[in-house]
Design a protein around this ligand. Structure first.
Ligand code: F6P
Length: 322
């Protein structure tokens, strides 16, 4: 293998740049030519390539977002789009790929590998932490710290006004951001897609708190919760009990940006390096993950199909400590 391509795809995540830097510099260290593919699979289809030298990734380790930009490609979902992408890679002489992204990116990578046989190794880059085969995805640690700071701020004003706040955090299909920030901020309840939300139960908990003169309450809602988003749930609670002074706050994309934390940069650097080493060792169709302190390989099909499970102890912490 003489030339590899690197790209970021799907929702951006803090730490993607650190991962990219590591992949580029590890590739160069091993005598490879490295090409950056802009806008993920979109740029691959369009042949939007950029030669990456050491300087191209200078001073990016601390930056959020991705200097290669990102996209969710509809064209790559089609067979024709993937053929076009393959032809562009062939024309450029790219023989292997490092994909930094989440489940959509890896589902695409898996099909692409099956159809065209080009070796691809993935680094888990998503704030959602929802991929099987790694304790933490790139972006998650920064996102939970950003959310935690925002929730702390809301808590100040909630306390001052004796209010009940519903705060929505990201997580279309997963409650990892909600659960960890809920614990870190001492939330009264955390509502996540992995467990059924019972509004009546929530209202009695809030009533109990109210009767015990608990002046403010924070409820964290993962955006993909089965009972709806924070606004829907707040409405359902309001309809059952009018005595609460309710406010809603949606944290939104603020969670996706910002400077990556120290742990994020270290993990991302390690994963980017390991991805290139895996490619050189002849691996493909796998995601790099870190479990405890070990690097492990998980087939794309497995990493994307099976959700990481919620640790029941974390749910218990919320219930007992709130
Ligand atoms: O990156 C994952 C994620 O943050 C989800 O939690 C969220 O639902 C989604 O991306 C939103 O992404 P976008 O606004 O880019 O479509």
């Amino acid at each position: 293998m003489k030339k590899i391509g690197v790209f970021t795809s799907g929702g951006d995540a803090p730490g993607m740049n650190a991962c990219l830097r590591a992949a580029v510099r590890t590739g160069l260290h091993h005598g490879l030519e490295v090409v950056g593919i802009l806008r993920g699979y979109e740029g691959m289809i369009d042949g939007d390539f950029r030669v990456m030298d050491r300087q191209s990734v200078s001073n990016i380790i601390h930056l959020g977002g991705t200097i290669l930009r990102s996209a969710r490609s509809e064209r790559f979902r089609t067979k024709e789009g993937r053929i076009q992408a393959y032809q562009q890679l062939k024309k450029e002489g790219i023989e292997g790929l490092v994909a930094i992204g989440g489940d959509g990116t890896f589902s695409g990578a898996h099909i692409f590998y099956e159809e065209h046989g080009i070796p691809i190794v993935g680094c888990p880059g998503t704030i959602d932490n929802d991929l099987l085969g790694t304790d933490f995805t790139i972006g998650y640690d920064t996102a939970i710290n950003t959310a935690m700071t925002a929730i702390d701020n809301i808590k100040d004003t909630a306390n001052s006004h004796d209010r009940l706040f519903f705060i929505e955090v990201m997580g279309r299909d997963a409650g990892f951001i909600a659960l960890r920030t809920g614990i870190a901020c001492g939330a009264e309840a955390v509502l996540i897609p992995e467990s059924k939300t019972n509004i009546d139960h929530l209202v009695s908990l809030l009533q109990e708190n109210f009767d015990n003169r608990k002046s403010s309450n924070i409820i964290i809602v993962a955006e993909g919760d089965d009972a709806g988003g924070a606004f829907d749930i707040a409405d359902q609670v309001r309809r059952r009990n009018r005595q609460f002074d309710i406010r809603v706050s949606i944290l939104g994309h603020i969670q996706r940006g910002g400077r990556p934390t120290c742990m994020e940069r270290v993990r991302a650097s390690r994963m980017g390096m390991e991805a290139v080493k895996a490619l050189l060792a002849g691996k493909s169709d796998i995601m790099i993950g870190q479990v405890h302190t070990d690097i492990i390989y998980t087939p794309f099909a497995h990493a994307t199909k099976h959700h990481q499970e919620i640790n029941p102890t974390l749910t218990q912490i919320v219930e007992i400590l709130s």
